[in-house]
Every structure is written in structure tokens, then in C-alpha cells.
Design a binder for this molecule. Structure first.
Ligand SMILES: Nc1ncnc2c1ncn2[C@@H]1O[C@H](COP(=O)(O)OP(=O)(O)O)[C@@H](O)[C@H]1O
Ligand SMILES: [Mg+2]
Length: 347
């Protein structure tokens, strides 16, 4: 290095960087290199850092020409790595013997995101195909029925309706999810009256509760303030949470809804409005809790489908709460019940 600031300059770069001499040995490397490869490899053959033959031949080529640059992408699916390697000639007349600069960009996270996207597409396709296959089967059956088979006809039409409704629910949940995701970084506009939302949602879900033989107990003190937030989105949050508590609750048990203010919610700076939705259902085993809000994650897929679930409810809930800069926590004891706690900033 001829200029004294060069070592600092290397250190300051966010990409992993190696300076090699004419024998491909590492003259210097930076902190990002140490982070990515576990060590700095100074004095060692570059082959110890990256064994990939395409990368090594790019280095050899740039070394032999003493000018120009080459780029190589290294993707190893098994190790989940995706590296973009740039090899640049530094010329041949450097006092310290530096000949090439290799910089390595780690694109592995980007690959994870791509993987998630393609998993998502696969999941959606699968979720849509099941009801569609069922529908198509029923259509065939109805087509083959005799004109006199009116009882069977209306039975099958009923089943077809169930499948069609399932597809409609799925599509509308997908649309909600993509809407909240696209607005994730924008603050919501407006003010929301949480007690009004909770009362309205409980009323809407009364029929479901009666069918599942669950009673809803709403206990909210008077005088809770409005909070900044979207009425529509927060309605969706509590619609999903209360519906889950009813669906996954026990027959002849209670779902209770509480709201109160709390000055000291961990992770939130100012005072928050806290809403708890608790049930006395089967509960959720510890190992599922962390993944519960992932799209299409269900503890018991069969049961979720039987209850008409899409597996997207909690993903939507989490996104909306994030957008409101709030917190969602879940506590659960198996065979005792679950509690979903939403904390929303008051200002
Ligand atoms: N109150 C609850 N009690 C027990 N399990 C629950 C509760 N709420 C959610 N779950 C579990 O979390 C999963 C994901 O919930 P959600 O995203 O709302 O999807 P869905 O209700 O459509 O299945 C459910 O399938 C269920 O296994
Ligand atoms: Mg749900």
C-alpha cells in the first residue's frame, strides 16, 4: 500500500475485500472479509478463501493480463450461499506487490427472500388448487345427475358453494395481505376508537360464537382515548384474533376481551393501549409460537381448513400491528388456553 489511508479505506468498505499478490497470496483483507469468511487469511493462498474454480480462473486471467476486471457469481444451493465476486487488476507496478483486488458481495439474504417468494407462490397455488379440484369434481357429478335427482343436486350445489366461498376468502385475505405489506412503511392515517371496534367485532362474531357455543365477554373501562391508527385495519386485527379464539376455543367456554392503558410496554417508548384476547381452548405448544404469524403456518392444517381458515389471518394481523408500530405477544398453555396481547402506541 503506497498511500497511508489505504488500509483504513479497505477497512471502511462494507464488502469483503482481498488484495492479492502475483502468487495469489492475500496481502491484506478487511473486517467484512473476516465477517464473511471467519478469518482474514493474510499471507495465505486465496484458494483457502474461495475454492470455486470459476473464481480462481477469473483471478488467474486478470493476473495474467494485468488489466481489466471479471465478475463471477457463486451459488451453492446446499450451503445457501450466493456470492458475487469481482476481480479487478491493480496493475503490475505497485511497491508492495499488490496485483489484484477481489471483492465479494454476499447475496445470500437476497436469495432467502427469493426462496420465500417462490415458497409463497407454491403455497398459494396449492391452496387454490384444492378447492378448485373439489369444485371441478362436483361439477362433473352434478352434470351426470338425472333430472329427477333434485335432492342430490342441491346437496352438491351446497358443497360447491362451500368450496367457492373458501376460494373467495383466500383471495380476499391475499389481497388484504398485499395491501398492508405495500403500505408497511407508511404511517396509518386517522384515529381509531378501540372500544367501538371491539364491540362491533364482537357483535359481528356473535353468530359464530353461538354456533361454537362460546360466550364473548367484553370488559373495557370507560374513557379510553382514541389512538392514531386505521379503523379498518384495526378492525381486521381484532376480527381475526377474536375469530381465532372462538374457532380454536373449547365448546361451552369463554372468550374474553380486555382493554386498558399501560405506560410501560416493553419495546414501546410511550404509553400504549393494550388489548387482550384470551380463550380457554386447546392452547398452542411452545415450538409453534414463534412461527404462528408466518403465512400459511398452521398448527393443525386439517383443523384449520375444517374451520374455514386460510392460514393468513395472523400474518395480516402482524403486518397491521407492525405498521402501527405496535407489539403482538402471544402466551399460551396447552389445554388451558391462549392469550393474544396487542399493544398500540397512544401517540
Ligand atoms: N386462539 C388460538 N388457539 C389455538 N391456536 C390458534 C389460535 N389462534 C391461532 N391459532 C393457530 O394459529 C394458526 C394460524 O392462525 P391464522 O393465521 O389465523 O390462520 P387460520 O385461522 O386461517 O388457520 C391456526 O391455524 C391455529 O393453528
Ligand atoms: Mg384465523
Amino acid at each position: 500500500m503506497t498511500e497511508s489511508y489505504l488500509p483504513k479505506l479497505l477497512e471502511g468498505l462494507q464488502e469483503a475485500v482481498f488484495v492479492l499478490d502475483q502468487d495469489r497470496h492475500v496481502l491484506s483483507s478487511n473486517m467484512a472479509a473476516e465477517k464473511l469468511f471467519g478469518q482474514r487469511n493474510v499471507g495465505e493462498d486465496f484458494v483457502k478463501v474461495v475454492r470455486n474454480p470459476d473464481c480462481l480462473s477469473a483471478v488467474a486471467e486478470v493476473l495474467s493480463q494485468d488489466e481489466g476486471a471479471k465478475q463471477v457469481n457463486i451459488v451453492e444451493a446446499s450451503a445457501k450461499t450466493n456470492l458475487q465476486v469481482n476481480v479487478v487488476s491493480l496493475g503490475s507496478d505497485n511497491a508492495d506487490g499488490a496485483r489484484v483486488l477481489v471483492s465479494v458481495k454476499d447475496l445470500s439474504d437476497q436469495r432467502d427472500a427469493e426462496q420465500m417468494r417462490s415458497d409463497f407462490v407454491a403455497n398459494v397455488s396449492h391452496e387454490l388448487r384444492s378447492p378448485l379440484t373439489a369444485l371441478s369434481g362436483f361439477i362433473e357429478t352434478v352434470t351426470d345427475l338425472q333430472d329427477t335427482d333434485t335432492v342430490d343436486r342441491s346437496r352438491f350445489l351446497g358443497l360447491m358453494n362451500v368450496e367457492a366461498q373458501r376460494m373467495i376468502r383466500l383471495i380476499s385475505d391475499l389481497l388484504s395481505l398485499s395491501k398492508v405489506e405495500s403500505r408497511q412503511r407508511q404511517r396509518p392515517i386517522g384515529n381509531a376508537n378501540i372500544p367501538a371496534i371491539l364491540n362491533q367485532v364482537s357483535t359481528t362474531l356473535n353468530d359464530l360464537a353461538t354456533r361454537e357455543s362460546v360466550t364473548i365477554d367484553v370488559s373495557i373501562p370507560d374513557g379510553l382515548p382514541d389512538i392514531p391508527g386505521s379503523d379498518d385495519e384495526l378492525t381486521q386485527v381484532f376480527q381475526n384474533l377474536i375469530e381465532n379464539s372462538i374457532k380454536y376455543g373449547r365448546r361451552d367456554s369463554q372468550v374474553s376481551i380486555k382493554a386498558y392503558t399501560d405506560e410501560n410496554v416493553p419495546g414501546l417508548r410511550g404509553p400504549a393501549l393494550v388489548i387482550e384476547v384470551s380463550d380457554e381452548g386447546e392452547g398452542i405448544a411452545q415450538q409453534h409460537l414463534a412461527r404462528l404469524a408466518e403465512r400459511f403456518y398452521r398448527v393443525d392444517p386439517h383443523r384449520s381448513r375444517n374451520k374455514g381458515g386460510t392460514g393468513l389471518g395472523l400474518a395480516i394481523v402482524k403486518h397491521i400491528i407492525n405498521r402501527h408500530r405496535g407489539r403482538l405477544s402471544i402466551t399460551s398453555t396447552e389445554n388451558v388456553g391462549s392469550r393474544f396481547i396487542v399493544a398500540l402506541p397512544m401517540a
